[in-house]
Ligand binder design. Structure first.
Ligand code: GDP
Length: 294
């Protein structure tokens, strides 16, 4: 929470300064609109928040700008609330989690952190290196496996779907609680990537008819509205069940979560707030709204 707060504050989207005036007038709403757009909230969510805020201000008969800030925090919390949902493990053994995301989003790091989080909660994890195109990706995942002392199913230059199949089969045979499947983040075209990921998804289901139980997308919190476009594209292709939003300790403005909540409310299971193993937090709508508003 502290790192999230520090990160979002550092970006200085100017929302806080909107409330330093003495009157609630159109200028305040205009400045707020600009500040929300600057914070990556996007046009639709900004409009929704402003409409909701005007209603709340009227209802509460607020007269001070400071009171408006508290009402905005409430409005933002309500908008973000559908994204607050825990990742539930234990209904299946193994729980098969497929993880997607464009290169650089923080996918491999997030898998490393998630492995630690699961281990801390008593779950045994098996990793699958299904990004067989990049040797570096496989090696990097291997480093996280060693760091967490968990097994990894990997195959040099192998077929990503075959690696996924083997990993799920091995996870079942060895009685593992969770199989985490790392997938490729870049292929020659987006069409190729989506076809590849859809194939992995289908083959996982062949290895276990109930799987995958979770399909996660890792997005970089710094990429603003582009992150929303990624959520749309991957959700259309793979039917996402959850998101991990990374790098919220850095220069990310955070407002994109409001845009996601408004347009494609896929639950945010975790947020990334650093590069180390423990820098993964569960998402809390109220805390996030408060951190965003400074
Ligand atoms: P991938 O290509 O999606 O697998 O991305 P990586 O996991 O290799 O991460 C790309 C870069 O982002 C690395 O330098 C990571 O250390 C960094 N990174 C990932 N998550 C976070 C985060 O939550 N905060 C910060 N500050 N850096 C992160």
């Amino acid at each position: 929470m502290q790192r999230l707060k520090a990160g979002l504050r550092k970006t200085g989207t100017g929302i806080t300064t909107v409330f330093t005036g003495t009157r609630i007038d159109e200028t305040l709403y205009e400045e707020l609109e600009d500040a929300l757009l600057m914070a990556d909230t996007g046009v639709k969510a900004t409009q929704h928040l402003l409409d909701d805020l005007r209603r709340r201000v009227k209802e509460a008969k607020a007269t001070e700008p400071a009171a408006v800030k508290a009402l905005l925090a409430d409005a933002l919390t309500d908008l973000l609330a559908p994204l607050e949902k825990p990742l539930v493990i234990g209904e299946h053994q193994p729980t098969v989690i497929m993880v997607a995301g464009v290169n650089g989003a923080g996918k491999t790091t997030s898998i490393g952190k998630l492995t630690r989080h699961l281990a801390d909660h008593g779950q045994s994890v098996l990793l699958a290196a299904a990004d067989t195109f990049r040797a570096a990706a496989r090696e990097q995942l291997g480093v996280w496996a060693t760091r967490n002392t968990v097994e990894i199913v990997s195959q040099e230059g192998g077929d990503p779907a075959a690696v996924s199949f083997d990993a799920v089969t091995a996870g079942k045979a060895r009685g593992r609680d969770v199989v985490l499947v790392d997938t490729a983040g870049r292929l020659p075209t987006q069409l190729h990537l989506m076809q590849e990921l859809s194939k992995i998804r289908r083959v996982i289901t062949k290895a276990d008819a109930t799987a995958p139980h979770e399909v996660l997308l890792v997005i970089d919190g710094n990429t603003g509205q582009n992150a929303l476009a990624q959520v749309r594209a991957f959700d259309d292709a793979l039917s996402l069940t959850g998101l991990i939003v990374t790098k919220l300790d850095g220069t990310a403005k955070g407002g994109v979560l409001a845009a996601i909540a408004q347009e494609r409310p896929v639950p945010v299971y975790f947020i990334g707030v650093g590069e180390q193993l423990q820098d993964l937090e569960t998402f809390n709508a109220r805390e996030f709204a408060q951190a965003l508003l400074g």
